[in-house]
Design a binder for this molecule. Structure first.
Ligand code: KG4
Length: 341
């Protein structure tokens, strides 16, 4: 009855990653990011699949080496089955199948979105000890493709209680950044410029929709119209005001996100609130969480930067929970591109 050692494999988008966990303790987490997409201003699915094929063997080997284990020490292989790019997912899924057959150990499938939520349970052997959330808790999952409020009752019982009806929060950052000519992905650039600007300079529109759902398309349009109207008067408008534009954009996105989260926390009487996904790297959002902790007595959980983007550590973490619950995945399993939660 030794603590299980789990290999995690993540290949849902443009990062090839492998990680090894012993129980909840992280032994290694290797990520190979793909530079090929930068020239295209976004991820090119076919190129992503090819790069995964090139990366997967060296990345897994390196993860095992850094963890100080061999493939024979593994108890199970956890892999991202979806959602994501189908071609990318196929590489990780088929690799997991091959390894599972060769080593005669089980595979455990992982939902990429659940994995983001469960990243909060990863323990690092060294460094500062972080508390894990207690069930039930709320998790704001914000990335380039998702904006959801998830009620997490247990590691395997998650319910989306609110989600975007159009764009994701990360998309709002990226698209507005793109029209300002700030490159792709623009979220981190907006964040950096926002710290130099006035968040109240431009009152961009906020949605009025029922329940805990989000919408970011109105904000995007209002941002675009502001640029259009101002550029007629002053062709240098963007250059002169980009800090204020970014600060106001970031401020509005955060206000939209926190309003619904606050409402959900209040209605459900939950004070343990976590954030996950790429946009949780945003320093303004992190400050808003800290502010809510002070004002509403929330206990907040903010992942280290390394676990905000796609990584296999969170996949292995999710795999560990599922493995303990006795969940196993058949060799017949095929990836799924869309959300199935
Ligand atoms: O979870 P993630 O790595 O992958 C996708 O779902 O695509 O999230 C990436 C998203 C992008 O939209 C990116 O612009 C955004 O997260 N992002 C940020 C920041 N860092 C990453 N948005 C705002 N501020 C940041 N500091």
């Amino acid at each position: 009855n030794q603590t299980p050692i789990i290999l995690g494999i993540e290949s849902s988008c443009d990062d090839t990653s492998a990680a090894v966990l012993r129980g909840r303790t992280l032994l290694s987490n290797v990520i190979a990011s793909q530079a090929v997409h930068t020239a295209y201003g976004g991820v090119v699915p076919e190129l992503a699949s090819r790069a995964h094929e090139q990366n997967i063997v060296p990345v897994v080997s390196e993860a095992l080496r850094r963890a100080g284990v061999t493939a024979r020490d593994l108890d199970a292989i956890a892999f991202t089955r979806g959602p994501g790019l189908l071609g990318s997912l196929l590489v990780g899924t088929n690799f997991a199948k091959g390894l599972s057959l060769a080593l005669d150990i089980p595979m455990v499938e992982v939902n990429h979105l659940h994995a983001h939520v469960l990243a909060h349970f990863i323990e690092e052997p060294e460094g500062e000890k972080r508390d894990a959330p207690e069930f039930p808790f709320l998790c704001l999952l914000v990335s380039g493709g998702n904006s959801q409020i998830i009620l997490v009752r247990s590691a395997s019982d998650m319910q989306i209680i609110g989600q975007t009806i159009d764009d994701a929060a990360g998309e709002a950052f990226d698209k507005c950044a793109k029209v300002m000519g700030l490159g792709y992905p623009g979220g981190p650039v907006v964040n950096r410029l926002a710290s130099l600007g006035n968040p109240k300079a431009f009152p961009f529109s906020k949605p009025h929709i029922a329940g805990y759902d989000y919408s970011f398309s109105g904000l995007k349009t209002s941002f675009l119209y502001t640029l259009r109207d101002e550029l007629v008067k002053n062709p240098n408008f963007i250059e002169e005001r980009k800090e204020d534009l970014c600060a106001s954009l970031q401020h509005t996105v955060i206000e939209i996100l926190m309003k619904k989260l606050r409402q959900a926390a209040k209605d459900l009487g939950i004070r343990q609130v976590a954030v996950a996904g790429g946009v949780s790297a945003n320093t303004g959002l992190r400050e808003a969480f800290a502010d809510h902790a002070r004002r509403y007595g929330w206990k907040i959980f903010i992942p280290p930067f390394a676990y905000t983007t796609d990584n296999a550590a969170m996949v292995a973490m999710n795999g560990y929970f599922s493995f303990l619950e006795g969940k196993r995945c058949s060799l017949e399993a095929v990836p799924f591109a869309r959300v199935m939660m």
